[in-house]
Design a binder for this molecule. Sequence first.
Ligand SMILES: Cc1cc2nc3c(=O)[nH]c(=O)nc-3n(C[C@H](O)[C@H](O)[C@H](O)COP(=O)(O)OP(=O)(O)OC[C@H]3O[C@@H](n4cnc5c(N)ncnc54)[C@H](O)[C@@H]3O)c2cc1C
Length: 639
Amino acid sequence: MGSNRTIVWFRRDLRIEDNPALAAAARDGSVFPVYIWCPKEEQQFYPGRVSRWWLKQSLVHLDQSLKSLGARLVFIKTDSTLNALLECINAIQATKVVFNHLYDPVSLVRDHNIKEKLVELGISVKSYNGDLLYEPWEVYNDKRHAFTTFNPFWQKCLHKQMEPVSLIPPWQLIPAEGKVEKCSIEDLGLENELEKPSNALLGRAWSPGWSNADKALTEFMDKHLLHYSMNKQKVGGDSTSLLSPYLHFGELSVRKVFQTARVKQISWANEGNSVGEESVTLFLRAIGLREYSRYLCFNFPFTHERALLGHLSFFPWNADPANFKTWRQGRTGYPLVDAGMRELWATGWMHNRIRIIVSSFAVKMLLLPWKWGMKYFWDTLLDADLECDILGWQYISGGLPDGHELERLDDPEILGAKFDPEGEYVRQWLPELARMPTEWIHHPWNAPLNVLRASGVELGQNYPKPIIDIDLARERLTQAIFKMWGAEAAAKAGSSDARDDEVVVDNSHSIENLDIPKAVFQGKAPCASISANDQKVPALQAVQDPKNELPIRKRRKCMEENGKNLENSVNHENDSRVSNADQDTCSTADSSSSKKQCSTSTYSFSVPQQCSSSSNLKWPWQEQVDMEQSSGKDGATGG
Ligand SMILES: Cc1cc2nc3c(=O)[nH]c(=O)nc-3n(C[C@H](O)[C@H](O)[C@H](O)COP(=O)(O)OP(=O)(O)OC[C@H]3O[C@@H](n4cnc5c(N)ncnc54)[C@H](O)[C@@H]3O)c2cc1C
């Protein structure tokens, strides 16, 4: 064992097993494990109540595990992570700082800056891959461009050599001693007194912590994985793995999940069990989507605020806070949507299918900006994960070349019949519809008056009438798309490279501005400590080729033809919600060349304030429906 004194900076890698940063520090000498909580740096991505509850439980769990190995986890609350790290370095006379990589836009910038600063001060810093099967800078196509669709990305991943899991965790840690201004877990302020009663309910359903994650993985592999392909469309119950919060907080090594599932697949293949084989393929594909979410954020660092496909920049969003509130409260009058939104509020979790349904409703039926929905999910999900959230919302809103088409609008009534055929999910979350016969439960507005009366349902009184009629919504969506095309064409005619930022002017009074530090786009000089495995930042990539093409979604021919008629009737006046300054299309691969442009753009992520303020809430759709996953057709997050 070496004589280094190493600070292990924990973030979203709250585990002992297969934790490369911790393992390297333990091999090298004494360790000083620290968790630094800096709400100021989280900015608008400050985690929501349920997410903070999970984090708190998980940190307590990790501290207990570290204690049993000989070292305590030091908690620090601060206004500056860098200062806190420097304090720790001085206190223990550290020779090294180690951590595992994160890929969300806030962390990418912060980690890069901190690393640069520490290296400048002569402190050795080393970072590791603790969150992914492959680093996002390791997977490129034959032309060294980043992939912009999921299937080829995942195929490439599946053919790459993977680092083996280091299952044997350190059996003993030698603590590095030093006096720092630490605080208790309570003092971190992750949970306030008012939140405790509601949070206590979460503890009945979920057990955060890395060893619980391990148990959940074993149970899923032993009991549920075999039928994953058959069960995954069932929206109620635990038809999927429920591993997302564990994976988000790094309580489970994704390499371990992958390798455990692969072992099952090989053994089922040997037994001729095709159902099992298919289930593993689909489950691994889900894990691949998580990989892809990080890949997109890394290679297209603007995607947390602008869609990958530039045309959405011209979409005339209906930024109506009242509709947004109705959607959040689950009062749209569409039972499946309302049930999903109430489940989200009550439990902090929803099945992928329900996430697709409620998010599509917000974007396609209400024309609400996808970024509003993304932020609301961020605030309310137990597994709130910026990259997965971004991928999900872009997937449903036509922002990805291989996601749902913008013009696709599924009827919630038909979706209800398909995914909740007995109406049990709706009955569970909408007690006011509990007595509705199954035949009408997904479209109570069509039910005969005597049926409504017998069920105790009075539309407009104890259950809302539909917020918008489906046919009207379709017409409005079509008009909005033509307006978008018109604006896009006008911008192209005006200047070849002038495109709009995806700006949504918030018409509520209070605006939260996105204030992401711009360093990602600034093309800083590589920091001195960089080794082959070290964290890279997008600005450091040398894979860009100016000739690289941007992803383009082709318009459907039938829409174009209809458009010729409709365009005459649609007013092409300049919509005030669309600005004229998009430099977009820092595509993956040419993110470097467009980076400079991006750095001058003004960021405009704004969400009505009440989105973040949970106290405003009163409560705790065509046959085309997602064949992507089962058919293997492109489709990023089809579930
Ligand atoms: C609009 C929208 C927003 C979403 N926001 C989030 C989010 O904030 N956090 C989050 O973890 N997932 C998010 N997802 C993805 C997905 O819904 C959840 O990961 C999944 O429902 C979690 O349940 P599970 O663990 O039982 O999944 P399983 O089906 O058992 O999948 C195993 C793991 O694979 C990953 N995964 C599965 N599906 C996806 C997917 N479509 N995209 C990315 N990763 C996936 C997750 O880590 C998941 O735990 C979102 C999807 C949509 C459509």
